[in-house]
Ligand binder design. Structure first.
Ligand SMILES: Nc1nc2c(ncn2[C@@H]2O[C@H](COP(=O)(O)OP(=O)(O)O)[C@@H](O)[C@H]2O)c(=O)[nH]1
Ligand SMILES: Nc1ncnc2c1ncn2[C@@H]1O[C@H](COP(=O)(O)OP(=O)(O)O)[C@@H](O)[C@H]1O
Length: 215
């Protein structure tokens, strides 16, 4: 009997990065995508920043102190790391490598510095999406509406928004997050299309050969 598609074609997992200025909605889009798609795993970063009300340890971030962060960075336990808004953030290496090895895709909500570092190490396995706010007024409204940051923190994030946005041309895709459901659907389409890329379908040559052999 000829082999079936499912027995021959496997997929190599890839990294899907969402970046945006703070408050544009990347965390909301990431959560929506995780609800819709069981094939993708969220990378939970480590950070030295204070936990916000409502955040959950191990789900939103692993909240750690500076000493532990420095040790992880020095011993190569972080796939990438950066200082953002005066705090340190980094991606634990092992969880990502385990998920990719198991053929799962991994979702990241990280800044442009992290996206650049991932691209330097694994460009072929990286798909990047930049999320823009519909306007500056709406960005500020969302930051305030989140109700989790002080005026000082909000002002600092608004001041840094222009620098983050300046990196948009480095990304594979750009979406304007006006309607959240449309944005989630847009990122889901990107995920769907990228999974069909020829180079990610391991075993495709064997499958095609098996078809040709029976023709
Ligand atoms: N490079 C890097 N950036 C991260 C990581 N985790 C979060 N960030 C970025 O750090 C910035 C601040 O994140 P956060 O404090 O959660 O604030 P928020 O983006 O306003 O929700 C955002 O731009 C995140 O994308 C990480 O592991 N690596
Ligand atoms: N398309 C949207 N329309 C209206 N509000 C949104 C939209 N996307 C996100 N938000 C809200 O904006 C705030 C900031 O979103 P969040 O996902 O935390 O941003 P980020 O992770 O980029 O900092 C949250 O209160 C969220 O509910």
């Amino acid at each position: 009997m000829a082999p079936t598609t499912s027995s021959l074609i496997h997929r190599r997992g890839f990294m899907l990065v969402l970046s945006s200025p703070s408050g544009a909605g990347k965390t909301t889009i990431a959560r929506g995508l995780l609800e819709r798609d069981t094939g993708i795993t969220m990378s939970v970063s480590v950070t030295t920043r204070m936990m916000r009300p409502g955040e959950i340890e191990g789900q939103d971030y692993h909240f750690i102190d500076q000493q532990r962060f420095d040790r992880m960075a020095e011993s190569g336990d972080l796939l990438e790391h950066a200082r953002v808004f005066g705090n340190c953030y980094g991606t634990p290496r092992m969880a990502v490598e385990d998920a990719l090895g198991a053929g799962r895709d991994v979702l990241f909500a990280i800044d442009w510095q992290g996206a650049q570092q991932l691209a330097q190490n694994a460009r072929d396995d990286l798909v990047s999406v930049f999320v823009l706010p519909p306007s500056v007024t709406e960005l500020e409204r969302r930051l305030r509406g989140r109700g989790q940051d002080s005026e000082e923190v909000i002002a600092n994030r608004m001041a840094k928004a222009s620098n983050e946005i300046s990196h948009w041309p480095e990304y594979d895709y750009v979406i304007v997050n006006s309607d959240v459901d449309e944005s989630i659907a847009a990122v889901a389409s990107i995920l769907h299309a990228e999974r069909l890329r020829r180079r990610r379908q391991v075993g495709l040559p064997e499958f095609v050969r098996s078809i040709q052999d029976t023709l």
